[in-house]
Write a new protein. Structure first.
Length: 275
């Protein structure tokens, strides 16, 4: 009878299998965007004053849920006088945005923005945006300026902006509505940049970016804001925009959201898995 070969010892068998088996497929890494967008400690108290890429004040302030929608609201300050800010919220599924008082569009002058010829123009009520004139509120111009009010597709305040948990490299698409509010009166106005829209984005991770560690870049690849990219460092928050990094350190004092439409009251949002 033909002799059967002796079985390989278990350690040698495992080595043989590993030698011929293909390497395991890489798994997409999931990240919690809330841990990057909201600085550490800012769930209970305002974050330390820092600088945005343009050098102005950047600060995140936890807020009360004055809207009563059961989410953790917070404000992102974008100017040292408190007039420029965004209102956001977080829950276990979404990062939502409610308002932005720094609504602007880029005047390219017929040239690509990487030519250095672009200027940011503040949005105004009416139909002249992107067609005639450039009005800049921060520069003292006199115009009927507008700020953004975001709503979901059911016309409820708060647009689902980013899923809270995303897989790096995967594409996501969300839909929402953009409404225009008069900056001076807080009442809705007609605007040629308002309407139903949405965007698509991907997230990428950098161990180090422009001197910041553990950075997630959110890149808008379709829809509203196509071409924009936002960089967030875990523990610090927003540290870059369109490839331009925020300076390290800041010479700003703290501020609070100001203006007739702010509706800000200090709060605590740590219950949503934040520290």
């Amino acid at each position: 009878a033909r002799r059967q070969p002796s079985p390989l010892p278990l350690p040698l068998l495992l080595l043989a299998l590993l030698a011929v088996a293909p390497p395991p497929a890489a798994f997409a890494q999931q990240v919690d965007l809330a841990q990057y967008i909201i600085p550490k400690g800012a769930c209970a108290a305002p974050s330390a004053p820092a600088s945005m890429p343009n050098g102005d004040l950047y600060q995140v302030l936890p807020a009360q849920d004055v809207r009563g929608d059961g989410t953790g609201h917070f404000f992102v300050l974008k100017s040292s006088d408190g007039s420029g800010y965004e209102e956001w919220s977080v829950d276990w599924q979404w990062m939502r945005i409610y308002s932005d008082t720094t609504w602007a569009w880029q005047n390219t002058g017929g040239l690509p923005c990487n030519s250095g010829q672009c200027e940011w123009c503040d949005t105004v009520c009416g139909d002249s945006n992107m067609s005639s004139g450039c009005h800049q509120r921060w520069n003292g111009d006199d115009a009927d300026f507008a700020w953004t009010s975001y709503r979901n597709t059911s016309n409820v305040d708060g647009a689902s902006w980013f899923p809270r948990y995303v897989q790096l490299g995967s594409e996501y698409t969300t839909s929402f509505q953009v409404h225009a509010q008069q900056y001076s009166e807080c009442s809705e106005c007609e605007c040629n940049l308002a309407g139903s829209t949405g965007h698509s984005f991907k997230a990428a991770h950098y161990d180090s970016w422009q001197g910041w560690d553990d950075v997630v870049a959110v890149q808008i690849i379709g829809g509203a804001g196509t071409g924009e990219s936002y960089y967030y460092s875990q523990g610090y928050g927003w540290v870059g925009f369109n490839g331009q990094p925020s300076p390290h350190g800041a010479s700003h004092g703290p501020a609070t959201p100001s203006g007739n439409c702010a509706g800000y009251a200090p709060g605590n949002i740590c219950a949503f898995g934040l520290s």
